[in-house]
Ligand binder design. Structure first.
Ligand code: SF4
Length: 244
């Protein structure tokens, strides 16, 4: 008998109205390939081997995870996998998504976009939508925010997901003091508008709750956020939403 795949899960939320369409159960997977300065879930970054998972986390097979969240299934439209970076445990996701499909649920992915979707055809066939982060508009600022040089992968993923009709939204956190947020917003908006001006572009105002390394980062004001909307509009984006 094949050995069942296990994933390291940090936690889950039974019902969320903000992590994709409708009411959804959100599963936060443990482990991330980035180290963002403004991470709100720093406890999800560390990657653990199966035999070293702390007691505060969960090492689960798909059957065990389904057992823990199945009581929600009559009340939700589907599940959203988040993290951390859920795509670091992709084999588990494929098995999980095929099981949730059997329950008539939809599957959404909340990702940093730094794992290439072009190699994940099987997973995409089971996926109904992707929310993808766009943390900076150029390589040097992306490196400053995330410690990673994977911006090009995000751009390729966005183009692919848009082509496949699976791009639910693009999100960027607006944080002052870290990078030139106006320049980056203009760059990101320009990139989005060139692909499709109607892509949903969600701008999330940075809030310092739960951030461990945010000493030099500041929250934008409502007025500054409104100005950014005008800037993104002027670059051609038509579908902008402000959060926070
Ligand atoms: S990608 Fe998300 S979870 Fe990972 S470090 Fe960045 S903000 Fe945190």
């Amino acid at each position: 008998m094949p050995v069942k795949k296990k994933a390291v899960v940090n936690r889950w939320i039974d019902f969320s109205p903000i992590d994709g369409p409708g009411n959804r159960t959100v599963i936060f997977f443990q482990g991330c390939n980035l180290n963002c300065s403004y991470c709100h879930n720093p406890e999800t970054i560390e990657i653990y081997e199966d035999d070293k998972v702390p007691e505060s986390l969960y090492l689960l097979t798909v059957d065990e995870l389904i057992e823990k969240i199945e009581h929600n299934f009559s009340y939700i439209s589907g599940i959203t996998v988040s993290g951390g970076e859920p795509l670091l445990q992709v084999d588990f996701l494929k098995e999980l998504f095929s099981r949730t499909k059997e329950f008539g649920l939809t599957n959404f992915i909340d990702t940093s976009g730094t794992v290439p979707f072009s190699r994940q055809k099987e997973l995409l066939a089971l996926t109904d939508g992707v929310m993808i982060d766009f943390k900076a508009g150029n390589n040097s600022d992306f490196l400053k925010v995330t410690g990673s040089d994977k911006l090009e992968i995000i751009k390729e993923n966005i183009i692919l997901l848009d082509d496949l009709g699976l791009l639910h939204e693009i999100r960027t956190v607006i944080a002052k003091g870290l990078i030139d947020y106006k320049k980056n917003t203009a760059e990101i908006a320009g990139f989005i508008a060139e692909i499709d001006p109607e892509i949903k572009f969600k701008m999330i105002g940075y809030r310092d709750h739960g951030v461990e390394n945010g000493e030099d980062i500041r929250e934008p004001t409502e007025e500054e956020m409104n100005k950014l909307v005008k800037l993104a509009n002027s670059k051609g984006c038509n579908n902008i939403q402000i959060i926070g």
